[in-house]
Ligand binder design. Structure first.
Ligand SMILES: O=C(O)c1ccccc1NCC(=O)[C@H](O)[C@H](O)COP(=O)(O)O
Length: 204
């Protein structure tokens, strides 16, 4: 599971030690944005087997590469209008965010040559981190060719139902583990615990 929108090294390390598989840092404009220097500090604080993910929206490829190298990112997550060709030519492991707008949008996700597809809520004018869930039934019988990461309005209370229904490869959360706009370690722990419980149940 991925905890996104981490803005300081202490919280990043604590989330990783609580069991997160990946830590996300947002480079796109908004209240969760971090500078490359802040992100580099977070990346250095995270244990070696936890993935460092940079979140970008329609950033020129050269800039993404430069930031990825400077910070030591393992993957980049793209939340804009980036094309399949952009992903192919970037030369970095990509997660493409796909808005859960309609079935056609979701089916076209298979054009992307990526490590994973992150399906997130469609909210007009909002690139990500909305805190709003979508109708998970949209994903029923969807033949995706890359591992599915479910995102959008997940929290400790609904993650069980979400995983039981969608059975994604992974899950991503940001708003659902925040209190007053700040990451809350108790909520992060509760989210990870519940996600692990339901994943073990689904697998076994
Ligand atoms: O979180 C942001 O501020 C953000 C801004 C612009 C693009 C993407 C952004 N977040 C991407 C994420 O990975 C979020 O975790 C994902 O959209 C789910 O967010 P939430 O619904 O708040 O759990």
């Amino acid at each position: 599971m991925k905890i996104c929108g981490i803005r300081d090294a202490r919280t990043g390390e604590a989330a990783a030690l609580a069991g997160a598989d990946a830590i996300g840092m947002v480079f796109a404009p908004g209240r969760r944005r971090v500078t490359p220097e802040q992100a580099r500090e977070i990346c250095q604080a995270i244990p070696p087997l936890v993935a460092r993910v940079g979140v970008f929206v329609d950033t020129p490829a050269a800039e993404v590469r430069q930031i990825a190298q400077f910070c030591g990112l393992d993957l980049v997550q793209l939340h804009g209008q980036e094309s399949p060709a952009y992903c192919r030519e970037l030369g970095l492991r990509c997660i493409k965010a796909i808005p859960a707008r309609d079935r056609q949008t979701l089916e076209q996700a298979n054009l992307y040559p990526v490590a994973a597809l992150l399906v997130d809520t469609y909210v007009k004018g909002v690139a990500g981190g909305s805190g709003i869930a979508f109708n998970w039934h949209l994903l029923e019988n969807l033949p995706l060719q890359a591992p599915l990461i479910l995102a959008g309005g997940l929290n400790p209370a609904n993650i069980g139902r979400a995983v039981a229904l969608v059975r994604p490869y992974g899950v991503d959360v940001s708003s659902g583990v925040e209190v007053n706009g700040e990451k809350d370690l108790q909520l992060i722990k509760a989210f990870i615990k519940r996600a692990r419980e339901v994943c073990a149940y689904a697998a076994g």
